[in-house]
Unconditional design. Structure first.
Ligand code: ZN
Length: 449
């Protein structure tokens, strides 16, 4: 034992002794003050009018109405407490058995559906997924929560946190639905495409003008994916088709003359008039302006006049602007020379491809090639020219000859025999317009110019 402890104990012992002495002192004191007589006298001063008890207050009995009120109040309180207890039991404390898809699951009545699902891991049902506009999974749990119906009524997911299972008898839990991400929407113009097929015959016709479309495009807010939600106005393809008309039940042939007019045109017109044959002339604008009288005669005598450009360029080498100018000027020259309105072209060398159609489809109705090439420009002799036509003639054939661009004497010499011998074979002669009409070639779909 340390010296301090010993000192402390000693101190306590001494204090205990002192305390006992104080108690004894108190017990020896006369608490009453030691003067009995004085006390009695003091009591006797109070006048109880001879009674040892204090006077009773006047007794007031409760009236029958008040008693009834009190009784009712008490009853109400009892009922209220009972009802409160019942309510608490019914909606909070009670244990509820819920039949969840055939399995009985118990929980306190005040368990919310959210909690109930949480406590049972959604009963093994999967949540919906969050999908991108194109159907890619962005979040495998990001869709709707599992779907719950209580006693046959679907509970909105927004109410899961506030709806308790107190009234639930049966509950169905089904997997949540997938949800597609939010999106923004834009209206966009779509450029028209083309459908140009030049391989089915010598007559190429614009059957549909290209037209831009309008689309409503959705852009996924999360994925940034874009989808076409709606075709507001579908784009229309520029469509050029080619035809080889062979009029049913007929035996027709179209004679065509290029590169004129020139000094050789007049004798050709004379032969045609004499033989009562109609032909088609694909004329150069600059020559039409040089020989307007011949142009006018062609028209007057019932031949078809169409354009062969202004000055015979190779069109695939031309820019879009130059090409359009060449073609429009060629048409305008014919209009000026003979008041001919045409949008029918025969491209020089027949060179007119997909690109040229894309560049000019709104100003050209038709490009006319040929099916019999007489090769007259090689000046092979009138017999060769004649034989080339006769050998290859068929119903609907288009024969290519020339009335300009060089010495066309052999054409003039060959022409009467060609016509006579075709007639002997039963052919009649048609213009390109007539051939198309007879052969069922669709009317051109003209562009706005
Ligand atoms: Zn030519």
């Amino acid at each position: 034992m340390s010296q301090n402890k010993r000192n402390r104990d000693k101190y306590i012992d001494e204090n205990d002794v002192a305390e006992n002495e104080v108690v004894e002192d108190l017990q020896s004191l006369d608490i009453d003050g030691g003067d009995e007589e004085e006390d009695v006298a003091a009591v006797e001063e109070i006048d109880f009018q001879g009674s040892a008890k204090p006077p009773k207050r006047p007794h007031r009995t409760m009236g029958p109405v008040a008693a009834a009120v009190v009784t009712v109040l008490v009853a109400l309180i009892v009922v209220a407490l009972g009802a409160g207890a019942w309510w608490m039991w019914r909606f909070h404390w009670r244990s509820v058995d819920v039949n969840v898809d055939g399995e009985t699951v118990s929980a306190r009545a005040d368990t919310t559906i959210a909690r109930f699902l949480d406590d049972h891991d959604d009963f093994g049902r999967t949540r919906g997924r969050l999908l991108s506009l194109k159907g890619k999974v962005l979040d495998k749990d990001g869709g709707d929560p599992v779907a719950v119906s209580v006693n046959g009524t679907t509970v909105p997911a927004a109410d899961y946190g506030t709806t308790t299972i107190a009234d639930a008898e049966t509950m169905t839990v089904t997997p949540g639905k997938d949800v597609t991400e939010a999106h923004t929407s834009e209206q966009r113009t779509t450029k028209y495409g083309t459908d140009i097929n030049l391989n089915n015959g010598p007559i190429q016709v614009v059957t549909q003008q290209g037209e831009d479309g309008e689309q409503e495009v959705w852009i996924g807010k999360r994925s940034k994916e874009e989808i076409v939600h709606k075709e507001i106005k579908p784009a229309k393809k520029l469509t050029v088709q080619s035809f080889a008309p062979q009029p049913a039940g007929k035996k027709v042939i179209a004679l065509t003359f290029d590169d004129g007019p020139s000094q050789y045109t007049e004798p050709i017109l004379d032969i045609l008039r004499q033989k009562k044959v109609k032909a088609t002339f694909f004329d150069l604008g600059e020559e039409a302006l040089a020989y307007p009288k011949l142009e006018q005669r062609m028209v007057k005598e019932g031949h078809q006049v169409a354009s062969h450009s202004v000055s015979h360029p190779y069109m695939p080498d031309m820019s879009r602007d130059d090409l359009r100018k060449e073609i429009l000027t060629g048409f305008a020259d014919l209009k000026e020379a003979s008041d001919t309105k045409t949008r029918v072209l025969r491209a020089p060398y027949g060179a007119f491809g997909v690109q040229q159609w894309k560049d000019t489809a709104d100003i050209v109705d038709m490009n006319v090639l040929w099916s019999i090439d007489t090769l007259d420009w090689k000046r092979p002799g009138k017999k060769a020219i004649h034989d080339e036509v006769l050998k290859n003639a068929y119903n609907g054939a288009i024969a290519l000859m020339h009335d300009g661009g060089g010495d066309r004497t052999q054409d003039i010499e060959a022409l009467p025999g060609i016509i006579d011998d075709l007639k002997k074979q039963g052919y009649s002669f048609v213009t390109i317009d007539e051939l198309c009409e007879m052969g069922g070639v669709p009317k051109p779909a003209q562009g706005k110019d």
